[in-house]
Design a protein around this ligand. Structure first.
Ligand SMILES: *[C@@H]1O[C@H](CO)[C@@H](O)[C@H](O)[C@H]1NC(C)=O
Ligand SMILES: *[C@@H]1O[C@H](CO)[C@@H](O)[C@H](O)[C@H]1NC(C)=O
Length: 270
């Protein structure tokens, strides 16, 4: 009795996953994130000051999530809430219009941008023969996760049913595809790099090399997956702290703890 209770606590996500997928319908994410909660998270996304004004409605997020059934439905209640909070926090940093003294604080300005304003390049890796760039196209940051590079636009389009190399603009042109591109990035494993989803739901298994690099599961590892090459292993990095600030605010709104390893300051990048 006490043993099974203990294992329920310890392995809650595994048990729930099994029980839910085999015996009961998946709880839809709408039961964890209502339109009210979404709008209180993204207080300023439809301000005139935001270039993405009216581009990111709640309904498009919910519609896009239907293409990724495990998102926000894996594990126990706290795990599911924490994953959604982490996803929304990371896309908020990517699209933030906030500044330190912004109305309602810097972490109320997620989803303010839909495309990169002054890209430094067209983000074409011409050595990638699988996903060749098209003349005149820019693979700059677009959508909630600011999808960039031909080697991401190509596979994202293939998975989601659009031509990411010929028509990358669709990611900042169609709000359901925009959210799908962000969820695709979140859910997809790029070996040996784990998916953000697996890290947040406890399915990530650290290798010896990961352990030596301090890459233990937590929000900091998700930051490492998204942009670790530029941001991780740097104590006090402002970009990392901005990502954490969003997550702390959203976790409170979801009424869930953030979990351990928020930072990637002492992680080697992936
Ligand atoms: C998509 O983008 C093109 C070029 O920027 C624009 O002309 C068109 O109106 C956009 N379509 C939608 C549905 O936003
Ligand atoms: C791992 O973290 C510790 C501090 O917690 C640090 O001293 C060490 O340098 C880190 N290792 C790597 C590979 O960054």
């Amino acid at each position: 009795m006490s043993f099974s209770f203990l294992s329920l606590l310890l392995f809650c996500s595994t048990l729930f996953l099994r029980v839910e997928s085999r015996y009961s319908p998946i709880t839809p994410i709408t039961s964890l994130i209502s339109k009210n909660l979404f709008d209180s998270i993204f207080l300023h996304k439809d301000d005139t000051a935001c270039p993405a004004k009216n581009f990111y409605p709640y309904q498009s997020f919910i519609e896009a999530s239907k293409s990724f059934p495990p998102f926000g439905t894996t594990g126990c209640l706290a795990t599911r809430k924490r994953e959604i909070a982490a996803f929304l926090a990371q896309i908020s940093h990517e699209t933030s219009g906030g500044w330190s003294t912004a109305p309602d604080g810097p972490f109320s300005w997620g989803l303010c941008f839909k495309e990169e304003i002054s890209p430094q390049s067209i983000y074409c890796d011409s050595t990638d023969k699988d996903w060749p760039c098209f003349v005149g196209k820019s693979y700059k940051g677009r959508g909630p996760i600011q999808l960039s590079w031909n080697f991401n636009y190509g596979p994202a389009g293939k998975a989601l049913g659009f031509d990411g190399l010929r028509n990358p603009e669709i990611v900042s042109n169609n709000s359901v595809i925009a959210f799908k591109s962000a969820l695709w990035f979140w859910m997809t494993e790029r070996k040996p790099t784990p998916s953000c989803h697996n890290v947040m739901v406890g399915k990530y298994v650290a290798t010896e090399a990961d352990i030596a690099a301090n890459r233990t599961a937590g929000y900091g590892l998700v930051t490492n997956i998204i942009n670790g090459g530029l941001e991780c292993g740097i104590p006090g990095d402002a970009r990392v702290n901005d990502r954490i600030g969003f997550f702390q605010r959203y976790s409170k709104l979801f009424n869930v703890d953030t979990g351990p390893n928020l930072d990637c300051a002492y992680q080697k990048s992936l």
